[in-house]
Design a protein around this ligand. Structure first.
Ligand code: ADP
Length: 609
């Protein structure tokens, strides 16, 4: 317990003050009363003595013994320890035990004498000029039968009385001080007894106010304090539970926000940043730790964002727009309000990178333009020849077959083009096109492709050399697609090398048996270095007229690249003009697992680009 707790001190001090006040009152009242009682007692004894003296004096006055009155009074005065004065009816002092009556002034107007003359008895307390002390005077009139009348006055100094009373007061004050001390000890004990639990409760409440909800009070108090203690404990339990829940929710929320692929920035109503996730930090090039508390316009320096933020905070609908390029990226940004009781009190900015999507859109447009162009050329030619035939050439025995052959060549080209396009679209979404991956025997695929293209090589008197390495592991993929890719490479090698050249097809295992490498090389025209990076693009041709002349669609290598990806591998080229080219496919082998079954026959394929 804290002895200095204001509540304890206040309670203690006020009870001590009350005690002191009570005792003081009792003391003052008691002292007054004691003095009054004492005076009354003194008066009573003086009265009796005065009456007695009056009758004695009455006997002596007017007799020869009157001359001895002074002496007798002196003796009596010593016995009674008081001053005795006998005053005549006219106020002349007849006798006095302490002073010479001759020299004393007329006493008729002394208050006690005036009282005695009127009522038979008079009392007065005043300063005596004769003795210079405060005195109690009491006078009685002579018995009524006596003529002439006289007064007997007795006087006692009050000094003795006051000394006596002072001693009494001192004793009383001592007793009161002792009583006060004992009472103070009790007050201290009880105050402490009742304020201790309150102080503890106060400390506890202060701890709760600081958020320290783990503290509890173990009180055996009954009554209201016990109820209060239990209520505080219960409140702390509830509060701690709620805080834990809030902390958990917050952690979950932060984890979700941190894991979002979209960039998120949240601000307060003054656009000061409250939260930034990793994605937003990388999109807007921010330092996560330094972003908090800074204004949004400082972090994202963009007019469109600043304008949208101001409008949304002013109550406008959420805004969505694209930004960019920001550091080479296009961003789709949405700015919305965080509303508190229907009024915007903060902002949520969501940003996501749409550069890829935009690039795909561009590619798609380019692709459609390319396809249209590729289709239009043979169609125009076919239409031209058909019209020429219809206009009479059909009857020309020499030209007709020639034209028909040209038409057929273009139709074939169209058919090839459509077939390649279909193939590409299938490879773009392999899973959906029913392409299920399964272990493929690479040697078999190589041989079949070689068989397919063998006649073409023969026609160009080229030597086709096929070499399948020993212990070739299978790859996971689609057999006929792999075959087609190899065939495309062989077809190119045959097409783009001179008659009588050499074409070599080799399949070997690499990287310690974990990989299969299929290589097609020729000693043909080769490819200039600047074209190498683009030969795998759709419709990219190094020599357009030669490609067309050879019936190429410009899609062969794009298909090869897609097939490589379908098999989890890559396609490469090395070439130099005039020295020939080497195309290769590097595919991961199916991992060897003798005691586990072969990979599932239908492994869903993830589309790749
Ligand atoms: P195409 O149907 O025109 O052959 P591809 O996609 O198969 O289309 O090839 C793209 C281009 O790459 C070809 O037009 C050609 O210019 C070049 N090319 C491909 N293979 C070879 C090769 N073996 N030697 C030289 N050039 C080649």
């Amino acid at each position: 317990m804290r002895l200095r707790s204001p509540f304890f001190l206040r309670l203690l001090i006020s009870s001590l003050l009350l005690l002191a006040l009570g005792m003081g009152l009792v003391g003052v009242l008691g002292a007054t009363r004691i003095r009054a009682t004492y005076l009354a007692g003194k008066e009573e004894s003086l009265r009796n003595e005065a009456r007695l003296l009056a009758s004695l004096v009455a006997e002596d006055l007017g007799t020869p013994r009157a001359s001895e009155l002074g002496e007798r009074l002196a003796a009596l005065g010593r016995q009674l320890a008081c001053r005795i004065t006998v005053v005549g009816d006219d106020g002349i002092v007849l006798a006095d035990n302490e002073a010479d009556p001759e020299r004393m002034e007329n006493h008729r107007l002394r208050p006690e004498i005036v009282g005695a003359a009127a009522q038979g008895e008079g009392v007065s307390v005043r300063l005596s000029h004769t003795v210079g002390q405060e005195m109690l005077y009491l006078a009685v009139r002579s018995p009524s039968a006596r003529r002439p009348a006289f007064f007997v006055r007795l006087a006692v100094p009050l000094e003795a009385l006051d000394a006596h009373l002072s001693k009494l007061y001192a004793d009383l004050a001592g007793a009161a001080a002792l009583a006060l001390l004992i009472a103070a000890l009790f007050a201290f004990y009880f105050t402490r007894r009742y304020t201790r639990p309150l102080s503890e409760l106060t400390l506890l409440a202060e701890a709760y106010a600081r958020g320290e909800f783990e503290r509890r009070i173990h009180s055996r108090e009954g009554g209201e304090l016990g109820v209060l203690a239990r209520a505080l404990n219960a409140m702390a339990d509830a509060q701690a539970g709620m805080l834990a829940r809030i902390a958990k929710d917050r952690e979950e929320l932060l984890a979700i926000v941190a894991g979002m692929s979209e960039g998120l920035i949240a601000t307060d109503g003054e656009q000061r940043v409250l939260l930034v996730n990793g994605a937003a930090a990388s999109l807007f090039d921010l330092e996560l730790e330094k972003a908090r508390g800074r204004p949004l316009w400082e972090l994202v320096r963009d007019d469109a964002v600043a304008k949208a933020a101001a409008e949304v905070l002013a109550g406008a609908e959420g805004k969505a727009f694209t930004l960019g390029p920001v550091r080479g990226r296009h961003l789709e940004v949405r700015v919305g309000a965080i509303s508190v009781r229907g009024r915007p009190d903060g902002l949520i900015l969501l940003a996501h990178d749409v550069s890829e999507a935009l690039r795909y859109e561009e590619l798609r447009k380019e692709f459609v333009a390319n396809v249209s162009h590729e289709l239009r050329t043979p169609l125009t030619l076919i239409k031209g020849f058909v019209e020429t035939l219809r206009d009479g050439a059909l009857r020309d025995a020499t030209k007709a077959p020639e034209f028909l052959a040209t038409i057929e060549r273009h139709v074939d080209r169209l058919a090839n083009l459509v077939s390649d396009l279909l193939e590409l679209s299938r490879l773009d979404a392999p899973g959906e096109a029913g392409l299920q991956r399964e272990p493929v025997d690479v040697g078999e695929a190589v041989r079949r492709a070689a068989d397919l293209l063998g006649p073409a090589a023969e026609r160009r008197r080229q030597r086709l050399e096929v070499e399948v390495g020993p212990g070739l592991p299978p790859v996971l993929g689609v057999a006929h697609e792999l075959e087609r890719a190899i065939a495309n490479l062989l077809d190119n090698a045959i097409k783009y090398s001179s008659e009588g050249g050499n074409v070599r097809l080799r399949a070997s295992s690499g990287a310690g048996g974990g990989r299969v490498e299929i290589e097609v090389s020729d000693d043909g025209i080769g490819i200039p270095a600047e074209d190498l990076p683009r030969v795998f693009e759709r419709f990219y041709r190094v020599d357009k007229s030669r490609s067309r002349e050879m019936g190429g669609t410009g899609l062969g290598l794009a298909i090869v690249k897609h097939v490589a990806q379908l098999h989890g591998g890559t396609a490469h080229v090395t070439s130099a003009p005039g020295r020939g080219s080497t195309f290769s496919l590097r595919l991961p082998a199916v991992p060897e697992a003798p005691d586990s079954p072969a990979p599932p026959a239908s492994d869903p394929v993830t589309p790749r680009t």
